[in-house]
Design a protein around this ligand. Structure first.
Ligand code: FE
Length: 242
């Protein structure tokens, strides 16, 4: 089998198992974090963790600068609003830690205290070049249980919460196979539009009542500052669908 044959079967990648975490770091007194599923324990004595982080992410800058990161293991109780905050929004636009309860750990990185079952603080020993991502390998300096509850898996996130995958995630390409097909609609401006970031669909017949957009509002008539209720992307991130 050739490489091209493998690439024609992205569903194979869905069989890989992952957890779902908030990966946090700091840069001096600034704090940030992001959702990560690309994270694993690589050794036991001493315990080391490897985290793959997109080079464009603010958290990447912070870990590169400070050499520390903390893994917060999400609970199945975590609401989508928490996952959206850390998974679909950038710390460059918003101070995420102004919106969630947290404490500062021994390395200075924030530990999220709600909807997290455990945390591990790590100091970076090695970085590996990984194309779009850097793999940070860190030795665990502190680990503790935060609360009881079941750790959230990536499968639970996708199947139970119907969660989407942002373009910056290592697994984003694989998720394309599950996204709704796009097709340009030429005859009417009352068609549906899909968010290119998270896959949420705007349906003019339903509007967006939670954000004061009444049913019957075409996509063109949405206010310029309207954003995707799922991930916060702007109107220019939407494409028409059939
Ligand atoms: Fe979206």
């Amino acid at each position: 089998m050739t490489d091209s044959n493998l690439l024609e079967n992205p569903e194979a990648l869905f069989t890989l198992g992952y957890g779902l975490y908030i990966l946090t770091s700091r840069k001096d007194d600034r704090l940030n974090g992001q959702i990560s599923n690309a994270l694993m324990q690589v050794t036991d004595s001493p315990p080391r963790l490897a985290a793959a982080v997109n080079k464009d992410a603010l958290t990447h800058d912070f870990i590169s600068y400070s050499g520390v990161f903390t893994v917060n293991v999400l609970s199945e109780s975590a609401p989508m609003s928490l996952i959206r905050l850390f998974g679909f929004q950038s710390g460059r636009d918003k101070d995420k830690f102004s919106q969630v309860p947290f404490e500062i750990g021994l390395t200075g990185c924030p530990i999220v205290t709600d909807h997290v079952v455990a945390c591990m603080e790590a100091r970076v020993e090695t970085t590996l070049e990984g194309g779009s991502h850097t793999v940070f390998i860190g030795q665990v300096s502190s680990a503790r249980i935060i609360s009881t509850g079941r750790p959230m898996t990536y499968a639970y996130y996708r199947e139970v919460l119907r969660g989407k995958t942002p373009p910056t995630a290592p697994t984003y390409r694989a998720s394309l196979a599950e996204r709704p097909p796009k097709k340009i609609k030429e005859t009417s401006n009352m068609g549906k539009y899909v968010c290119d970031v998270c896959g949420w669909i705007y349906d003019p017949e339903l509007g967006d009542p939670d954000n004061d957009v009444p049913a019957g509002t075409s996509f063109d008539d949405l206010p310029d500052d309207w954003v995707c209720p799922e991930c916060g992307a702007g109107k220019d991130e939407f494409s028409p669908v059939e």
